[in-house]
Ligand binder design. Structure first.
Ligand SMILES: NC(=O)c1ccc[n+]([C@@H]2O[C@H](COP(=O)([O-])OP(=O)(O)OC[C@H]3O[C@@H](n4cnc5c(N)ncnc54)[C@H](OP(=O)(O)O)[C@@H]3O)[C@@H](O)[C@H]2O)c1
Length: 258
């Protein structure tokens, strides 16, 4: 399906592996020029090389999106090498504290809110002026099932729930400007080097089976490709009028938590 976004510039935070990498892959396949960032140089360079070898136009910046300076540099380098971003995917996120309040420090809670929520604000502030000026833009925020239902660490759940509310608020404000804002709430997605890969490698088969039986109605973990496809769809004109939505890609996982 031609999604009609050929030539658009897409900026994806945290695109060196996992869901962000898959989003970059799917957008690049649609003809977008893609700009990714990550803190770690090695994996970033490998992913940039992999996408370039497939014939895609790709840029990588080593940057931490919890830093104002790094985020601004990522934005500037994207403009210099590919052009102004038309599409922003706020993909970076992760847990900092624990599932238990008493085992989570205020500093960890702050860091969790910073990485899962405030980094998205920071990036939106950088790309929005151009999107509004040209009357076209797409912002896609990657939340989590744990932003909708109970689960994960307390900072992660609060940050991801905040990201859903942030997306909805921004979406309604920007609806008249043709800048569309949506959110995806993935379930448990497994890929080499990801958190569920580590979970399966560091726990006994009994613990893993019990987790799958209790939480995953399909009897298996999800995989990154459907998330990337959903990002590409939401970035397209085919998704025009889809705004302020939070779409679950979770294999029914959210239902199992009730
Ligand atoms: N995997 C799942 O089951 C799942 C489920 C629901 C929601 N999600 C959400 O989906 C998003 C991606 O998940 P994932 O599993 O693909 O994560 P991941 O394996 O941790 O990968 C995250 C990517 O972001 C980069 N990154 C992390 N922190 C960064 C920072 N501060 N600044 C710049 N780059 C940073 C990582 O590279 P570096 O480490 O080198 O920086 C990597 O490229 C996250 O928001 C996550 O919360 C994931």
């Amino acid at each position: 399906m031609d999604l009609g976004i050929e030539g658009k510039v897409a900026m994806i935070t945290g695109g060196s592996r996992g869901l962000g990498k898959q989003a970059a892959q799917c957008l690049a396949r649609e003809g977008c020029k893609v700009s990714i960032c990550a803190r770690g140089a090695e994996q970033l360079e490998a992913t940039v090389a992999e996408l370039a070898a497939q014939g895609y136009q790709v840029h990588g910046t080593q940057a931490d999106v919890t830093s104002d300076e790094d985020a601004a540099r990522f934005h500037q380098e994207t403009i210099s090498s590919l052009g102004h971003p038309d599409i922003l995917v706020n993909n970076v996120g992760g847990r900092r504290g624990s599932a238990v309040f008493e085992e989570t420090t205020l500093e960890q809670f702050r860091e969790g809110i910073e990485v899962n929520l405030i980094s998205a604000f920071r990036l939106v502030a950088l790309v929005l002026p151009h999107m509004k000026e040209q009357g076209w833009g797409r912002i896609i925020n990657i939340s989590s099932i744990y932003g909708r239902e109970h689960g994960g660490s307390i900072d992660y759940m609060a940050g991801k729930a905040g990201l859903i509310a942030f997306s909805k608020h921004l979406a309604l404000q920007l609806a008249p400007t043709n800048v569309r804002v949506n959110c995806i709430a993935p379930g448990s997605i497994d890929f080499p080097g990801g958190s569920w890969d580590r979970f399966q490698k560091t726990n006994s088969p009994e613990v893993v089976s019990e987790f799958i039986a209790r939480n995953l109605p399909a009897g298996k973990f999800g995989w990154p490709e459907p998330i990337g496809e959903m990002v590409a769809f939401l970035a397209s004109d085919r998704a025009d009028l889809v705004t302020g939505a939070c779409i679950n890609v979770d294999g029914g996982q959210s239902k199992s938590l009730f």
